[in-house]
Design a binder for this molecule. Structure first.
Ligand code: GAL
Length: 424
């Protein structure tokens, strides 16, 4: 009798275990994840997909990428697919206006509030970040990271050999620029068009300070006023110390970083995916193989952006997408992704759960994120909607062709009005 009871108990236990495994495995079908993290940008996403596949072996992940830094090409493809009723199951989108002002207002994203409740994410993500992905009471994506835009990269040994200090302000940079040029080195290297916009936002933050920079996007600063004229004038002087009229348009952000590493250029201003590239792909050690500083004039300010993923209306496999989003928002997911990516986790508890995974650069970034004044990136979707981001290219072209700061601020103001951006 006793023996039979034990056998029945064991059988029941085994069944429940098998049931548990099946419960984890009952997801199936394809899950298409759409992003611009191809090639050199791929390892962090691949680590996340590997973790998902371990937990959900029945799902076949289709890693759909469209190459091109900052998503310039991917966003165009996504737009066609979203408008054509063929959304991927989940796609990379920046937290902020790129998400809410583009896809949420158009009613193309599912509300994830119940997933947030189920996963306990209201305590895990900073409230001001959740604000950036919320719209009229709903929450529309899951942030995987925080990147910093205003970072200046260099090679410490080169700067020492050339004999100048890392500039703390744009005036310092402009003062040292001729010396660097005389050494036959490009003082500040830029690449293809979007990297020039990327530089612009660091210059704007440096000239305006965090308070006025933020006010620019919320209607508190005169877009055509003297502060903005000064931003464009400083930007023009900085570009004179760059390769903008030389080989810039043919360089990817990675190639611009390569030129710094090779000693052909002194500085590059790029988001900290550059730290991911130099650490993960080039195998360099932060502080030794590469140095970093807040871009000139922005010490104490953190120009932030966040990569996130959501669930589009009409996705083919919403259950698998919810499982994907759950992995992405977990401590384990964030710690698989961020050390490789060069970003810090969006979750407030992830670094402390595994501090050894985070190198000195990332530890510094985490400390700055917690203590600095925050400003939202324009080039990476926080500050303005996608229409404005596209039209800003036109504003930039006007400046590059004319060098006329007064005409440019007028153009920018018109575009802000047209696109309902900058607080209009
Ligand atoms: C940003 C994105 C980063 C990185 C970078 C370069 O927009 O947020 O994760 O991919 O572009 O492509």
């Amino acid at each position: 009798m006793k023996k039979t009871f034990v056998i029945v108990l064991l059988a029941a236990l085994m069944l429940s275990l098998v049931g548990g495994v099946f419960a984890q495995d009952d997801l199936s079908g394809e899950l298409e994840i759409f992003s611009w993290w191809a090639g050199d940008e791929g390892p962090a996403l691949e680590a996340l997909i590997a973790l998902f596949s371990e937990q959900h072996p029945g799902v076949e992940v289709v890693n759909a990428t469209v190459t091109g830094g900052s998503g310039v090409n991917a966003r165009a493809v996504l737009k066609t697919r979203m408008l054509g009723g063929d959304p991927p199951d989940s796609f990379q989108v920046h937290a902020g206006q790129e998400l809410t002002g583009t896809w949420v207002v158009a009613d193309r994203m599912e509300d994830l509030t119940s997933l947030y409740e189920e996963q306990g994410w209201f305590d895990a993500f900073p409230a001001q970040l959740v604000d950036q992905i919320s719209y009229e009471g709903g929450i529309y994506s899951v942030p995987v990271n925080i990147h910093r835009s205003n970072v200046m990269w260099y090679v410490p040994a080169n700067v020492e050999e050339w004999g100048f200090e890392v500039p703390a302000t744009w005036d310092d940079f402009l003062a040292v620029c001729p010396t660097i040029q005389e050494a036959g080195v490009v003082p500040l290297i830029v690449g293809e068009a979007w990297t020039v916009n990327h530089l612009w936002e660091s210059v704007a933050l440096g000239v305006l300070g965090a308070e006025n920079y933020n006010a620019l996007w919320t209607g508190g600063l005169d877009i055509a006023g003297p502060e903005m004229v000064s931003v464009w004038e400083t930007f023009g002087s900085v570009l004179e110390c760059s390769n903008i009229n030389d080989d810039a348009s043919g360089l990817s952000w990675q190639q611009a970083i390569d030129a710094v590493v090779a000693g052909d250029a002194a500085f590059n201003i790029m988001g900290d995916w550059a730290a991911g590239y130099m650490t993960t792909t080039l195998g360099l050690e932060p502080g030794v193989g590469y140095g970093y500083a807040a871009s000139p004039g922005t010490s104490g300010s953190f120009l932030w952006l966040s990569d996130s993923f959501g669930l589009p209306v009409g996705a083919n496999n919403p259950d698998a997408t919810n499982a994907w989003l759950s992995v992405l928002g977990s401590v384990e997911g964030q710690n698989a992704f961020n050390p490789l990516k060069g970003s810090i986790p969006a979750r407030i508890d992830a670094v402390d759960a595994a501090p050894d995974l985070y190198n000195t650069y990332l530890q510094d970034a985490a400390a700055d994120w917690a203590s600095n004044d925050l400003a939202g990136s324009l080039a990476h979707g926080v500050a303005a909607n996608e229409r404005f981001m596209n039209d800003f290219n036109e504003v930039m072209n006007i400046y590059l062709a004319s060098g006329d700061a007064n005409a440019t601020v007028q153009a920018m103001q018109a575009v802000c009005l047209q696109d309902a951006a900058c607080g209009y």
